[in-house]
Design a protein around this ligand. Sequence first.
Ligand code: SF4
Length: 592
Amino acid sequence: MPQILRINMSDMTTKYEEFPEKYKKLGGRALTSTIVFDEVPPTCEPLGSFNKVVIAPGIVTGTNAPSSGRLSVGGKSPLTGGIKEANAGGLTAQKLAKLGLKAVVLEGQPISREKWFNVVIKKGSAEIVEANEFAGMGLYDLIGKVWGKFPNKPGIIGCGIAGQKLMRSAGVFGNNVENNDPGRYAGRGGLGAVIGSKRVIAIITDDTDGERPPPVNKDMFDEGREKLVAALNEHAVTGVLEKDGKPYGGLKNFGTNVLQNIINEAGALPTRNWREGRFEGAAKISGEATHELVDKVKAKFPDSPAQYAHACHPGCIMKCSNVVPYEDTGELQVSPLEYETAWALGTNCGIDSHYHVSELNRICNDLGLDTIEAGNTIGVAMEAGILKFGDGPGAVDFLKKVGTDSPMGNLIGLGALGLGQAFGVTHVAHVKGQSLPAYDPRPIRGIGVTYATGTQGGDHTQGYTIAPEILQVGGAPDRMDINKAELSRAFQATTAFIDSTGYCLFIAFAILDIASGSEGMIQSIHGFLGDTSIDAVAYGMEVLKKEREFNKKAGFTKLDDRLPEFFKTEPLPPHNVVFEVTDEELDKVFES
Ligand code: SF4
């Protein structure tokens, strides 16, 4: 029988509960947001004992459905003050699912602040163990040490130094499949600090003797799964590495960072703290540059782990991830280097050195920082004159202050808005306190509507209208059109559904264009749950309704569904446009 595991850090107990009937159709984001809605007081202190961290694999996670090993982490965000769901790949989601766990709820808080703990989950048992030896340790070392103690290479998630110091830009790390890189981040919203507030460093999941969760209707599930596999392999974005002897699938060859050049070309690549829309150094830190580096290093060091077409969890067939090597030794530098990270730590800081961008990424991973928040924070520091735009070595030294005794390190940990307030910088790109990612909303209006109105604060993944507006996947609306409420709503709803299934959001590229892929995806969910009544958009809207209700009770109004003023007043070169979507249009997203 599926279960929920509760880890109570107030009384140091663990408890298994039967998975309630009322939650039976829920997984991933739908489940984390519902449990947060049902159990967390919306006005509570995010770093206090009433907040909870809810960790949930998706509906079909743990099965052999393709690219379905995503893990949702939810709670009240210390960065936005609203509800948060962040999700990632890694090993933990599939292992929890194989142990029959629909969710792990980390709740309460020890009164004593002297000790740190790990949680070890195995088949039928969960134990809270002292972990002072891991406090203050870099996460590359931590993963190596934990794997040394557990022969079965468990899944590990948790918080690094940033989370232990309760920094609002702390993400929840997860470990890679085959190396000690902690780069599988449910990065956004400061949930790493919520884990730290519970005095927990790592949740270690060993699925020895676990089993794949069985679909209720196996034939329907298998038929759907096969259709989805075919669509993913066929589509030019998600498809195979090579076709007819030539590079084919965009994600496998160049990763998500294939977008660096595309968004630059569109004049929508936020550059030097959102002052310009084109970066002269974009190509040097693009996915194409990473591809070239990997090929070069592999030719020189055949045993190097360098790789593109890398999977973030077993069973991903889209493989957008990579392993970036040090050029001079061939050893692992960081894994993965993704588009939004390369943009935040590179373009947004005017840094065009692939080495320094990767090194900044590695430092974030080691400390437990969200890379998007960190890159925006460095950009704001550059705007404040603390260091110069383009100064890669300076940015590395600056970021290394996090976790030291330097007060500047604590200011960096507050995130871009906090650092901006400390230094009188108002040119901070955020919504609800969370920094915006790599797409400027002035020349791409739909994504601006998503940033403003989404439940999660500034976040592209909650309604990725870039797919049709720029990539012309699933349609080709004029990106300058200001009537984007309907488009954003549709993307926000379907995203909330996909985030609940356990499938990686990138399946959307194929299922938006290939009807049989879309049919297959929904069929796999129907087959798994044995319920053909589920409709993706209606399901997603229910999730959004709960999240918005939580935010309303936490004190949000429609005035929080707005972009910072400078987007309306400061034209972005080269198109020299401002964000022209009206407040009325923004309010239409959830009013109709
Ligand atoms: S496509 Fe990329 S992010 Fe998505 S599951 Fe695969 S490797 Fe992970």
